[in-house]
Ligand binder design. Sequence first.
Ligand code: ZN
Ligand code: FE
Length: 256
Amino acid sequence: MVEVHVVPALTDNYIHILHDAAHGVTVVVDPGEAAPVRAVLAERGWRLTHILATHHHGDHIGGITNLRADSHAMLIGPRAEIDRIPEMDATYGEGDLFTLGSQTVRVFDTPGHTRGHCAFFFEEARLLFSGDTLFSLGCGRLFEGTPAQMWDSLLKLRALPGDTRLYCGHEYTASNLRFALSIDPENAALKARAEEVAALRAKGLPTIPPRLLDEQAANPFLRADDPGLAAHFGLAGASPAAVFAAIRKAKDDFRG
Ligand code: ZN
Ligand code: FE
């Protein structure tokens, strides 16, 4: 059994803390700062054993040095960012598996946001840590990759089981939702999510972790091979990667 705490950090980041009591394993994913993690660990009486990093951006790794000073937790990250994340103890790439307590963790290379970005899938518990690749109703900006690379990365994540829970790196859902409705206004799954998201945010609660099957139905960045979205952009018959590029560009330019 793994319990997961979603910890708001910085402006709109999420840090995820997993605890597997039976195995004495406590894992933090993408600690952009140490203080909120330390607060949860102290309150629960947990000792950090592992740190996972999806990519090298400061809002995902900024707390690592301080957390390791407390506990010497093992730092695990993407092999493709070995020169960009300092002092990793273990690095993994596409298709690699490793064990953390009760869980088999599968690694996906997900280039696009950064060229070495990866995602971690906890197979037994069906938890996906997607960093800044896949957000609820959105996806990361393409700082270092092409639209085709990002589409490819998203296809890997889309193929995971529908009951997978998506733990992403930011609370961007409300703004992603406004954009998604602007290009896909008749999507019933999206309209249903709109009510849920509004209710959660009104209470100041996180909108994550959504179920992957709801993302498959509502997230336009996972639907670039949908003929309706292609038609919206005047791209009927174009490749999904080309439609994806149009969606990403429209989001970059969206002021909603
Ligand atoms: Zn980032
Ligand atoms: Fe980020």
